[in-house]
Design a protein around this ligand. Structure first.
Ligand code: SAM
Length: 329
């Protein structure tokens, strides 16, 4: 267990001094546009997003560093609030982060009959922790373990994404700074829900998108356990890759479903999530437990029992393509 410094001392450590002068800042994602007389961030990747780029107008560069594992950039955009970027890829923006954090957390938690022990792999911005704390306060979840490889992401999130990282010191959180793959290889612990909130395969999260990782997840699950992971893809971007990832997951789990989260700051406006369990009788596409509408409104901004179900409904061509090998998703 690694302790983080209290938020106040983290903040003073991470003020970049002197502030970054954007006109002298050299980063492959930042460029000047003379038409708008403004600096812009563009998420470009010849491998991950060939031929397209999502852009945000930049107000200020708040922080930049190269940690032991990745390039970390935090910027203030003119329309999406503060933005965390790892290796050139957007991880979250203050404007729309809640959509992803809520779906990846509440789909498995509300589908499980009694989710007491939860593991998060990755998750350095701590947005998933914020969502899990809602179920701790509800006395459903008893303990949260988070295994994040890069403590720099957590420290910067407490400073620049304070609404997301507000529970990074929560008493029910056991925070481990380690490679999630290594942790799963060595742990004897079993969990009811495992959430892989990782970055994309290009970088330290590469091993999470392989059959061996699914086997490790399965070993660390209780009988009725549920896993969920971001697929790094969506149906518009690379449906072929998505189908091959689902296939890998099905080598290990008999019950695999695919759902989508809709949010503007992920390329193509959406991100796919894989949900799986060894319990063939469990219906992952509808919540097993629900709150009434008033309580849903108090707890959530994106998730509700209908969004849970509708997130699994795909357009015809995508559903057919993903089922081409005759298996349903
Ligand atoms: N919501 C985001 C997305 O899908 O774009 C993911 C956000 S979260 C910031 C991703 C985290 O995964 C990062 O903090 C990164 O350091 C962490 N990570 C990447 N590889 C890891 C590994 N091997 N073990 C543990 N954490 C890892």
């Amino acid at each position: 267990m690694h302790d983080l410094k209290p938020r106040s001392s983290v903040a003073s450590t991470f003020d970049q001094d002197p502030p970054i002068d954007i006109s002298k800042f050299n980063h492959e994602t930042i460029s000047y546009d003379s038409k708008s007389s403004a600096y812009w961030f563009y998420e470009k990747s010849a491998d991950a997003f060939p031929g397209q780029a999502f852009g945000l107008q930049v107000d200020r560069i708040l922080y930049h560093t190269k940690s032991q594992y990745q390039d970390i950039l935090v910027l203030k955009s003119t329309t999406f609030g503060n933005v965390l970027v790892l290796n050139g890829i957007i991880q979250c923006t203050e404007k729309d982060e809640f959509a992803y954090q809520e779906l990846i957390t509440h789909v498995p938690i509300m589908s499980h009959p009694s989710p007491k022990k939860v593991l998060v792999i990755g998750g350095g911005d701590c947005g998933v922790i914020r969502e899990l704390v809602k179920h701790v306060e509800d006395q459903t979840v008893e303990s949260i373990t988070m295994v994040e490889i890069d403590d720099m992401v957590i420290k910067l999130s407490t400073k620049y994404l304070p609404q997301m990282a507000k529970y990074h010191n929560h008493p029910k959180l056991n925070l481990i700074i380690e490679d999630g793959f290594k942790f799963l290889r060595e742990t004897k612990l079993k969990f009811d829900v495992i959430i892989t909130d990782s970055s994309d395969p290009e970088g330290p999260a590469e091993e999470f998108f392989q059959v061996n990782y699914f086997k490790l997840l399965r070993n660390a699950l209780n009988d009725k356990g549920i896993v969920i992971m971001q697929s790094s893809e969506n149906i518009w971007l690379n449906i072929r890759y998505l189908r091959s990832l689902i296939k890998k997951c099905k080598y290990v789990f008999p019950n695999v479903k695919f759902c989508q989260c809709y949010m503007p700051s992920y390329t193509s406006g959406q991100l796919g999530l894989l949900v799986a369990t060894i319990d063939e009788s469990l219906n992952l596409t509808a919540p097993l437990r629900t709150f009434d509408r008033r309580k849903e409104g108090q707890l959530f901004k994106y998730y509700n029992q209908f969004v849970h179900q509708s997130s699994f409904i795909l357009p015809t061509w995508a559903q057919d393509y993903l089922e081409q090998d005759g298996e349903s998703v």
